[in-house]
Design a protein around this ligand. Sequence first.
Ligand code: ZN
Length: 149
Amino acid sequence: MSDPRELYQQVILEHNKKPRNFGKLDPCTHHAEGHNPLCGDQLELSLVVADGVVTDIKFQGSGCAIDVASASLMTGIVKGKSVAEAEAMVAQFRGMVRGELDPATEAPLLGRLTLFSGVKDLPSRVKCAILPWATLHAALKGEAEASTE
Ligand code: ZN
């Protein structure tokens, strides 16, 4: 397990098989749908935000393994965080998978999600990994839809 690519594949496969926080919150305070036309990923996010904190978050939809694993891990790490922290994570994740920042030193909020940094070498998969985060950003901004286009 010392090979980061092996760890990456194991985590992706595991979260794709058993996604965490799968479903829909009803009632919710924030909601958005995300769409990645390039791959066909569809995602629906529902959140409960109270006193500036994401107290609960769920996702549903269908997508490729990277999209589903990214959504599963994203919902897990964002739950319990403040809206400001969640937005900072969105920026760090985007920067990381686009290869714009160094995951070792410039993505301190992402923790084990830095395992997605390898996606930057797979241009067709970057949008799959970003989609859940783009949808989170839209939901927190009060926008109903997010697209990776
Ligand atoms: Zn995809």
